[in-house]
Design a protein around this ligand. Structure first.
Ligand code: NAD
Ligand code: TYD
Length: 339
């Protein structure tokens, strides 16, 4: 099969490329990315000599060039990771999220229809379900939970999901959607909670916890997300949605304290800052469908996964220094200086 992976130089996309080349070396891959602030070609360094791997710098909103690429390459499967992915940035600039996450998705699906691509997979998020109350730990997101978004980011992802379902129903495009909880692991851009806190702690900088740090996220190692996507895009039922999550709910403050402890840094580095606008309280996934229908099982538990992840960032400080130079400093000052 020839597979197009969009957003392949970002956090999950690059981990997915390593997963695929390791587990399906018989397939051929075109990795596409616009290389925005979040995309880093160095993430794919370990793959550049593979004969069945090629990188293309392109914008998924660029209909003309996307169509040209589809005409030339004749893909069998498209998996779309490309997105603006950070909630805080979506509060600053919603329109960019609508253009990339909604229009970009429609361009890719139009190209699938025009050039006869057999299968399209959309990488989505549990944030499309909105949030759950903190005091109802019996409640989980299932695939039937209504979409009920809070941020421009989650609204743009939900819109894209609706469009994917519309292309399936209206045009007969063979689609699947996966909705995953918060990921952690190597190559995550340090605007997200875990790498940001590791980076600040290693510089003895304060750790900005939003509100009281009581919000709950359901953490999944990126490797387990990739194995779930791989199963859904190859074996999932056409037209269906699959939730991916491993029952690893943690309060933000506990995650931050775990990081400090494992780096042997004091809790006095924690600073409570103004809460995020519209801050979702709790995410929690019920992964029964993917487990029972497709036999998916996560490999990592949070305790060992977070230790390994912290070690990766400490062992790869050059990567961290590289991605946090230049533009990142401006972003950080803008987001946190008066908070
Ligand atoms: P990321 O921000 O690290 O990577 C996104 C990638 O998309 C970047 O490499 C960027 O350069 C690329 N991109 C952005 N705009 C583009 C465009 N117009 N054309 C081509 N490429 C473009 O994000 P991530 O965390 O790797 O997330 C990947 C996908 O997974 C997203 O769709 C996100 O919504 C979804 N997701 C993420 C999480 C999470 O915890 N990070 C959880 C569930 C779902
Ligand atoms: P984030 O990694 O941005 O993921 P998401 O908002 O998509 O879940 O944030 C995870 C949680 O951590 C979220 O509740 C917000 C909180 N948070 C902080 O407390 N401080 C920070 O500096 C960041 C980036 C996030």
């Amino acid at each position: 099969m020839k597979i197009l992976v969009t957003g392949a130089a970002g956090f999950i996309g690059s981990n997915f490329m390593y997963y695929e080349l390791e587990n399906h070396p018989e397939d051929e891959y075109v990795a596409l990315d616009l290389l925005t602030y979040a995309g880093n070609l160095k993430n794919l360094d370990g793959l550049k000599d593979k004969k069945n791997f090629k990188f293309v710098k392109m914008d998924i909103r660029d209909r003309e060039n996307i169509f040209k690429l589809f005409e030339e390459e004749k893909f069998d499967l498209v998996v779309n990771f490309a997105a603006e992915s950070h909630v805080d940035r979506s509060i600053e600039d919603p329109e960019l999220f609508l253009r990339t996450n909604i229009i970009g998705t429609s361009v890719l699906m139009d190209a699938c229809l025009k050039y006869g691509v057999n299968r399209y997979h959309q990488v989505s998020t549990d944030e499309v379900y909105g949030d759950l109350p903190l005091d109802r730990t019996d409640l989980f997101f299932t695939e039937n939970t209504p979409l009920h978004t809070s941020s421009p980011y989650s609204s743009s992802k939900a819109s894209a999901d609706l469009l994917v379902n519309a292309y399936h129903r209206t045009f007969g495009l063979a689609t699947t959607i996966s909705r995953c909880s918060n990921n952690y692991g190597p190559y995550q851009f340090p605007e997200k909670l875990i790498p940001l806190m590791i980076n600040n702690a290693r510089h003895d900088k304060s750790l900005p916890v939003y509100g009281e740090g009581l919000n709950v996220r359901d953490w999944l190692h990126v490797y387990d997300h990739c194995s779930g996507i791989d199963l859904v895009m190859r074996k999932g039922k056409i037209g269906e949605v699959y939730n991916i999550g491993g029952h690893n709910e943690r309060q933000n403050i506990d995650v931050v304290k775990t990081i400090l402890k494992s780096l042997d840094k004091p809790e006095s580095l924690i600073t409570y800052v103004t809460d995020r606008k519209g801050h979702d309280l709790r995410y929690a996934i019920d992964p029964t469908k993917i487990e029972t229908e497709l036999g998916w099982k996560p490999k990592y538990n949070f305790e060992s996964g977070i230790k390994e992840t912290i070690k990766w960032y400490i062992d790869n400080q050059e990567w961290m220094d590289d991605v946090t130079s230049g533009e990142y400093q401006k972003y950080y000052d803008n987001m946190y200086s008066n908070r």
